[in-house]
Each structure stands twice: as C-alpha cells, then as structure tokens.
Design a protein around this ligand. Sequence first.
Ligand code: NAD
Length: 294
Amino acid sequence: MTRIGFIGLGIMGSPMASHLVQAGHEVLGYTLNSDAYQRLEADGGRSAGSIAEAVKDAEIVITMLPNHPQVEEVVLGEDGVFAHAPEGALLIDFSTIRPESSVAIAEAGGKAGFRVLDAPVSGGQAGAEQGVLSIMVGGTEFDFAAATPIFEAVGKTYIHVGPHGAGQVVKAANQLVVGGTYALVAEAIVLMEALGVDAGKGLDVLAGGLAGSRILELKRKSMVAREFAPGFRIDLHHKDMGIIADASRQADIALPTAALVTSLIAAGRAQGYGALDHSALLKVIENLNGRGEK
Ligand code: NAD
C-alpha cells in the first residue's frame, strides 16, 4: 500500500483515483471541482483541503490537470507539491502537456530532491473508468519500475518510452492519430448519409475491416446518434494540436495532415463546440457541407 496525494479529479482523474483506492492504496485527493470528492470518499479515498494537505505525507504524488500552466502552478507554485511533499517523493504527472514543460518540471524536481515521471495516457474516459489506459512514460528506468503498481491499477499497457518529456512526445503522436481518425470518420459519415446510405450499418462494416479502430469500436454509435457529451473536450484536443504544431516546428519537420486537422479542431472551437467531445468534429464537417443544424 502506498500513500498517494492525487491532484486533479476531473473526467480522467476521478476514476483513476478510485482505481488506486480499489487496488489498496491510500489516496488523499485535492481538486478544484469539489463534486468529485463524493465519489472519492464513497470509494474509500479521502479529500484534502489544499495541495499541502494532500501531499504532506505522500510517497507518490499524482497530477491529472488540464494543461502546463495548471501543472506548473500546482507543482512549482509557492504552495505547491515541491514546497510540501516529503523529499524523495515520486511525482507522476499523467496530464498531457508540452514536452519542454515536463523536462523543466523534472529538472526543478531533481534540484529540490524529487523524482518525476511524465506519464500521459490514452484510452479516454472509458479507458479511465475501466482501468485500461495506455500509458507512455518518460523518465528514468528506476522510477518507472517504482511506479509500476500505480500503472497496473489504472492501465493495461504502460511502456517506458525514453527520458523526461518522451512520454509527452509519444502522446502528441497519439493525439495526431486520434484527431485525424475522428476527422476521417466524420467525413465517412457525411459521405454515406449524403448518398442515402445508413451510416450506422456502414460503420459497423468498417469497424470489422482494415479501417477498424478503437475509435470506431467505442464511438461510432454515439457519433451517428449525434451524442457529443465529453469524453475528451474539443478545447483539450485544440491544446494538444498546439503541442504537436510546436513540436514539429522545433523538430523542423512538416506534418501536413496535422495542420489540416489542427484547423478543423480550431473551427470546432470557433463554432462554439469547445466543451463538446472531440467526436463533434462531425458537426464541423457537416457545417462545411451546409448539412448542420439550421
Ligand atoms: P478535466 O478538465 O475534466 O479535469 C481536470 C481537473 O483538474 C478538474 O477537475 C479541475 O478542477 C482540476 N484542476 C484544474 N486546475 C487545478 C488546480 N490548480 N488545482 C487543483 N485541481 C485543478 O480534464 P480531463 O479530461 O480529466 O483531462 C485531464 C488531462 O488528461 C488533460 O491534460 C487531458 O488532455 C488529458 N487526457 C484526457 C482524456 C479524456 O478523454 N478526457 C484522455 C487522455 C488524456
């Protein structure tokens, strides 16, 4: 059993914290939206009134926050994790943030006597609820090994992909494939419906062939039914496309399809869909074709 301070109990963090409690760990959670405390306490975890309280006795600190400004504030801030956690504690940041921020946090942690892993996840809300996330981990082999029981409790696939920041690079690649796939599935639905074919039946066939994917498996029914409750918000995917754009510029490489997907996701935000699930890219493609809600 490990004492864990868990910060950020949102769509992903809340079920992940519950899985850690169920695996026998002692979880003390802190978040800004206090709705999530009910679930944590019902599952056997405890709520903290501040970051300091959540981490003061922690062996492992977990963060699952929206983006790098929140992670930097929570971890590096005056009243943050490094100011209050016991020296030697291991910080596992499951958030998706830009690689250079993960590297900077690891360096600051090292100087202050903390160990740090970047460990962004894939698998969406369903993966978090089922405890079957895919986890891409950057940091040292030693810390990766120490974190294995945590990854075991929330994930199914977890791989040490390289040094600090490498987890975030792999996550950027993941978001590129996910965004591009959603855009193409959206276009496939619009194409089939425009030609009078039942898109639900069509996607059932696609899901069983070479075009099959986890996105088709999990999301084809809700997309055809136009159910876009998040899930993974367009706002967050917009953030991730920015990470991909910055990373590709730094690497001096061209990613033409990424550029197109970035614009489609930005259009979704501009059209007011930022709080909807990223499968709402379907609405963007429909609007492009004059087939949206009138
Ligand atoms: P979310 O907005 O539902 O949750 C974020 C949580 O952090 C919220 O509960 C918020 O209250 C809390 N928070 C924000 N600032 C805080 C602060 N200063 N102190 C304490 N708590 C604070 O977001 P999410 O969908 O759970 O995503 C979290 C991260 O995981 C993001 O980086 C996202 O890109 C990534 N991610 C999300 C999904 C998904 O399907 N939702 C999948 C993979 C990765």
